[in-house]
Design a protein around this ligand. Structure first.
Ligand code: GUN
Ligand code: ZN
Length: 461
C-alpha cells in the first residue's frame, strides 16, 4: 500500500465526469441505463456517498466541503469481481494445460505454500494491491484449505478498509493430503472463521466447497448444514466449467440428474450462492438458475485461457426470466486482474456466440451485476446516494492510442467501449474504499513501487 488510510469520516467532494446506473441495461434500452455528467461531482462522507450530480449542484449543497478536482477523468463505482483465487496470484499465466491438469500441475503445489501464514499474508497483500491498482474494490475470494490463509486474507482486507468476501476451501477427497480436510474439520474450521470474520469490519464470509469432485457427499452435506445455520453468509463453488470435469462429476454422483443437481441435493443452491463458470449447462440447470436466485460468475479470460468454453450470456441474462450474473477474473485460471480485460473477453466470447455485448451491459456486469451475485447491490457497485463510497477515477486518455480513439468517439458509451477494449491498469488514476483513497497512481509512480513485490521464489528456474 502506498498511503496510510485517511479518516473515512472527513467529508470530501470529487469533481470530474461521473457515471452511474439508473437502470438495468439488460432490461431497459442500454443507452438509457446510465447517468453521465461531463462536469459532475460526488460528495462522500462517513464512508458513504451523500450526493452525486452536476458539480454546481453538489458544490452548492456542501459549500464547506473540500473539493478535489480530477478534471475530465471519469468517476464511477469500483469494479466488483465475484470470483477470484488469491492463492493463485503467483501462478498466473501458467502454460499449456486445461482445467484438471492445470489444477494438479500448478494450482495444488502453489496452494500448499499457504500452510505458512507469513507467505499467505504476503500473497494477500500482493493480491489486494493488484486489485486496487486495477480499480477492483470488492472480490469474492477463494482462500486455501488452511484456515490461516483466511485469517491472513481478512487481516489484509481490514488493513485497507475493503469490503471483501472470502472463505476457506473445503476439500476432503481427490486432493493432495496436504490440502485435504475432513467433513468434520472443514465444518468446524469454517464455523470458527464465520464467527471470527463475518461482519467484522467490512468482511463477509463465503462457505467454499472447491467443487463437487473434491468433496465427499458428507462434506457437501456439512456445507449445506453450515449454510442453513448461517444463512446470511455467501456460498461459492464451481460448476460445469470443463468437459472432463463434468464427466467426472457424473461418475462420482451417478444418481444426480446433472452437475447442479449435486449441489441442489445438499441445499447449496439459492440466493447468496455463486457458481463459477456455468458454461455447459443442461436446460434443467438453466431453469434452475432462472428460478432459484443462485448466481453465476462469468469468468471470460479464464474460460479462454484454460480453454473451457463459451458462456452463453444472452441465454442467461438477456431474456424474459434472467438469472443473476456477474463478471469475474477467476485469477489465476483467468489471465488478468483487470476488469477491462475481463469485459473485453466477455465481449469476444459474445461475438463468437453470434451477438454483441453492449458496453453499458459489460460495465453493469462488472459492477452492480457482480454486486448482485453477492447480495450487495444495495451497498456497492453503483455511484449513487446511500451507497458505500467505493469508487474509482479513470483516466480516459491513458495511452496515445486510446486518446486518438476517443477523440473520434461520438458518445460516452463509445468512450466506455474503447476503454474496455484498450485500457488496462494504467487507466486507474485513483481508487477509494469507504471514502478513503487506497490507491493513487501518481503516488505509486513517484514512490517507484511498480509491481516489484518481495516474494519467495518457488526456485524452479
Ligand atoms: N475448479 C475447481 N477448482 C478450480 C480453480 O481453482 N480454478 C478454476 N478455474 N476452476 C476450478
Ligand atoms: Zn475459480
Amino acid at each position: 500500500m502506498n498511503n496510510p488510510i485517511p479518516s473515512t469520516t472527513d467529508g470530501q467532494i470529487l469533481r470530474g465526469q461521473t457515471l452511474s446506473f439508473r437502470d438495468d441495461p439488460f432490461v431497459c434500452e442500454p443507452d438509457n441505463a446510465i447517468d453521465h455528467h461531463t462536469d459532475g461531482a460526488v460528495w462522500m462522507e462517513d464512508g458513504m456517498v451523500r450526493m452525486v450530480g452536476a458539480a454546481s449542484d453538489v458544490i452548492a449543497a456542501a459549500p464547506d466541503v473540500p473539493v478535489h478536482n480530477y478534471g475530465d477523468a471519469l468517476i464511477m463505482a469500483g469494479f466488483v469481481d465475484c470470483h477470484a483465487h488469491f492463492p493463485q496470484t503467483a501462478i498466473i499465466a501458467s502454460y499449456g494445460e486445461q482445467l484438471l491438469d492445470w489444477l494438479n500441475k500448478y494450482t495444488f503445489p502453489e496452494e500448499q505454500r499457504f500452510v505458512d501464514s507469513g507467505y499467505a499474508r504476503t500473497q494477500a497483500d500482493v493480491f489486494l494491491d493488484e486489485c486496487l491498482r486495477n480499480g477492483t474494490t470488492t472480490s469474492s475470494v477463494y482462500c486455501t484449505v488452511h484456515p490461516q490463509s483466511v485469517d491472513s486474507f481478512f487481516e489484509a482486507s481490514s488493513a485497507r478498509g475493503l469490503r471483501m468476501a472470502a472463505g476457506k476451501v473445503l476439500m476432503d477427497r481427490n486432493s493432495p493430503a496436504a490440502l485435504s480436510d475432513t467433513a468434520n474439520s472443514g465444518y468446524d474450521q469454517s464455523r470458527d472463521l464465520i464467527e471470527r470474520w463475518h461482519g467484522r469490519d467490512r468482511n463477509i464470509y463465503a462457505i467454499t466447497p472447491r467443487f463437487a469432485p473434491t468433496s465427499t457427499p458428507e462434506q457437501l452435506d456439512a456445507a449445506g448444514t453450515l449454510w442453513r445455520e448461517h444463512p446470511d453468509v455467501l456460498m461459492q463453488t464451481h460448476t460445469s466449467e470443463n468437459a472432463s470435469e463434468i464427466a467426472w462429476v457424473k461418475n462420482l454422483f451417478p444418481h444426480a440428474p446433472d452437475y447442479m443437481g449435486v449441489y441442489e441435493s445438499f441445499g447449496l443452491v439459492g440466493p447468496g450462492a455463486i457458481f463459477g463458470h456455468a458454461i455447459h449447462l443442461s436446460e434443467r440447470e438453466r431453469e434452475l438458475f432462472r428460478d432459484s436466485g443462485a448466481a453465476i460468475a462469468h469468468c471470460p479470460t479464464s474460460n479462454l485461457f484454460i480453454g473451457s468454453g463459451l458462456f452463453d450470456m444472452q441465454d442467461m441474462r438477456d431474456c424474459e426470466r434472467p438469472a443473476t450474473v456477474g463478471l469475474a477474473t477467476d485469477v489465476s485460471g483467468g489471465s488478468s486482474f483487470s476488469m477491462f480485460a475481463t469485459m473485453r473477453s466477455a465481449y469476444e466470447i459474445a461475438q463468437l456466440r453470434g451477438y454483441s455485448l453492449h458496453p453499458a451491459r459489460a460495465y453493469y456486469l462488472a459492477t452492480l451485476g457482480s454486486a448482485a451475485t453477492m447480495r450487495l447491490d444495495d451497498k456497492i457497485g453503483n455511484l449513487a446516494t446511500g451507497f458505500e463510497a467505493d469508487l474509482i477515477v479513470l483516466d480516459l486518455n491513458s495511452r496515445p492510442l486510446i486518446t486518438q480513439r476517443v477523440q473520434n468517439a461520438d458518445s460516452i458509451i463509445d468512450v466506455l467501449f474503447a476503454q474496455m477494449i484498450l485500457a488496462d491498469d494504467r487507466a486507474v488514476l485513483a481508487t477509494y474504499a469507504g471514502g478513503a483513497k487506497v490507491y493513487d497512481r501518481i503516488a505509486e509512480q513517484q514512490a517507484g513501487q511498480t509491481s516489484r513485490p518481495e516474494i519467495q521464489s518457488a526456485s524452479h528456474l
